[in-house]
Design a protein around this ligand. Structure first.
Ligand SMILES: [Zn+2]
Length: 404
């Protein structure tokens, strides 16, 4: 086994060799090569060479275009001048999913000719399943659990999502968007992990090249199509229209709020969730939703609910033109707290307060409030008891005068 540092040095030396010259003068030639794999299992490479004299030494190098060092394999050579390589691939350590695996050869023959082949490349993706595919216009979808209607429903939801966001903001629909749908969140999590990406419920990443979804094929999941697909379309449109860097610079409450408002079906308990958290004083300050959302499931759900409703409030308040101006302002100046000033003349924190005041029923005065508000030091328990009776009967009919 070659030590890593020595291996790295050898690779560096190989890179420094004048490849074109060596290949042109070499009596060795690569006739053909091919690679195949089973995802997260093995990689097979075969190559046929032609050499004017016996091949005496050779190495194959295998690397991912996602980065990391090349792996070197000593070749077993015989008079057939053909090589076969079998490599176990398990986990994401060596080859992240949805990247290209590159391989090339370095050979020496008995005449002393040195030959380095061109780099060959194979796209490494999840080929363990019998994928069905469907495409229409700019959209394509791959799935393996579910009938043809399932794929068609994904494409329709994508189309409608793009229309909804385009009605809100002057953004072009996707030029190309490919969905890969796993039937369960666990399976998607595994594959994103193998691809070297953090687990997120859905995932749109320009580097990945796919919008990844976890939606089961049964009818009960059809609402999930209406929720997840438009949401990912919105993220994709922001990235494609603004560029990945500017899209990533937007405050998260804005981009997630937009994506949530693009959904055709959303969290049915959103309003109740907001009301309860408002009443309990546990809403998250929007200024804390600029760069990150909570990791914890319940708080994350609340963050999405707040972003969605806050965005809807801003749109209602500012109107179409004002909302567009606000968006453009945040694109050119992603200052989370003050990006709203030019349109609303209010900071984010001030808008947060205005949103809460406009949206939530004022905290109704309850028996507990009255009790809590009592001057305990100044009254005796008998007075308290009489007071409670009074509040109880007064409040019950809704006619009694509230004590002050
Ligand atoms: Zn999102």
């Amino acid at each position: 086994m070659m030590k890593p540092t020595y291996r790295a040095l050898l690779i560096l030396l190989i890179c420094l060799l004048p490849i074109g010259k060596a290949a042109a003068q070499s009596g060795i030639r690569l006739v053909s090569s091919e690679a195949s794999y089973l995802y997260d299992d093995h990689l097979s490479i075969s190559a046929q060479f032609e050499s004017q004299s016996r091949l005496i030494e050779g190495q194959a190098f295998i690397a991912s275009d996602a980065g990391g060092p090349a792996e070197m394999i000593e070749l077993e050579l015989d008079s057939s001048q053909r090589v076969e390589i079998q490599l176990r691939i398990e986990g994401a350590d060596r080859f992240p999913a949805f990247s290209h695996i590159q391989y090339w050869f370095l050979l020496t023959n008995a005449d002393g000719d040195l030959f380095e082949s061109e780099k060959q490349s194979i796209y490494y993706e999840d080929n363990r399943h019998d994928w069905q595919t469907l495409s229409q216009g700019a959209y394509s979808v791959r799935w393996y659990a579910g009938e043809a209607e399932f794929g068609a429903a994904i494409l329709a939801a994508a189309q409608h999502g793009a229309e909804r966001l385009a009605a809100l903001l002057p953004l072009e629909p996707p030029s190309q968007l490919d969905f890969m749908v796993y039937p369960t969140a666990d399976q998607l999590r595994d594959v994103l992990d193998l691809a070297g990406y953090d687990w997120i419920a859905g995932h749109t990443d320009p580097d990945l090249g796919w919008a990844m979804l976890a939606i089961g094929p049964d009818a009960a999941q059809s609402l999930e199509i209406e929720r997840q697909v438009p949401h990912e379309v919105a993220h994709h449109m922001l990235i494609e229209n603004l560029g990945a860097e500017r899209a990533a610079a937007l405050p998260l409450w804005l981009s997630e709020g937009l994506a949530s408002n693009t959904e055709a079906y959303s969290d049915p308990d959103r309003q109740q969730l907001l009301q309860l958290n408002h009443a309990a004083g546990t809403l998250i300050p929007l200024s804390q939703l600029c760069r990150a959302f909570p990791q914890d499931g319940d708080r994350a759900r609340l963050a999405y609910a707040q972003a969605a409703d806050f965005l809807a409030y801003l749109h209602e308040t500012a109107g179409d033109a004002g909302f567009r101006a606000l968006f453009e302002n945040y694109v050119s100046n992603p200052d989370c707290e003050n990006g709203s000033q030019s349109v609303f003349a209010q900071s984010l924190s001030e808008l947060d307060a205005a949103w809460q005041q406009a949206r939530f029923v004022p905290h109704t005065v309850t028996l507990e409030d009255h009790v809590a508000a009592l001057p305990w030091d100044a009254i005796g328990y008998s007075a308290l008891f009489a007071f409670l009776i009074f509040v109880f009967f007064g409040g019950l009919g809704g006619r009694g005068k509230e004590p002050r």
